[in-house]
Design a protein around this ligand. Structure first.
Ligand code: NI
Length: 184
């Protein structure tokens, strides 16, 4: 498998609503190659999540894995790897939680984003089986961020205050932003 170029904000593919997979398509060899390329791309970039549109494939697929070795999110607890096809999000608790989000398609920047703190996601796994998962805290934000990529949205669209957008290297110099609030 081969790591792919990650599209950056401004590329129109990142603004498209991605199309659904058919069940048989999920099981195809093409999709296995796509998934392998996505995991390689994510690992090389040192990120914790990647959506297919970020490598130019406008389809409803995202992968997420919190690694304890992530350079971008050193405080994150490790998670299992998630492969999410055709997700549908329901909000369980609309109380908001905020994190400093970053995005591999918006390199070098972070912005403060508040999102619902507890959600449910119905989706198909890599075996085209229906799954449902309830998420809260950091993972709830990570999933909402990644799944936004499937509807043409970026975290900058979710920022309440554009004034919180900042460069990572400036952020590193500041004390008032705690590392535990930083999400990649
Ligand atoms: Ni992103």
């Amino acid at each position: 498998m081969t790591a792919q170029r990650i599209l950056k904000m401004g590329n129109p593919v990142l603004r498209q609503v991605a199309s659904d997979f058919k069940r048989e398509e999920i099981l195809s060899d093409d999709t296995k190659v796509l998934l392998g390329n996505m995991w390689d791309t994510l690992e090389l970039a040192g990120g914790i999540g990647l959506a297919a549109p970020q490598i130019g494939v406008s389809k409803q697929l995202a992968i997420i894995e919190l690694s304890s070795e992530s350079e971008r999110y050193p405080e994150a607890e490790a998670s299992e790897p998630f492969i999410i096809f055709n997700p549908k999000i329901s909000i369980i608790d609309n109380d908001l939680q905020g994190f400093w989000e970053g995005c591999l398609s918006v390199p070098g920047l972070r912005g403060y984003v508040e999102r619902p703190r507890k959600i449910k996601i119905d989706y198909l796994d890599e075996f085209a089986e229906q799954q449902s998962i309830v998420l809260e805290e950091f993972l709830a934000t990570v999933f909402q961020h990644e799944l936004d990529h499937l509807i043409g949205m970026l975290y900058v669209d979710r920022m309440e205050d554009a004034g919180t957008l900042m460069f990572e290297d400036e952020m590193d110099l500041l004390d008032e932003v705690g590392e535990d609030e930083i999400l990649d």
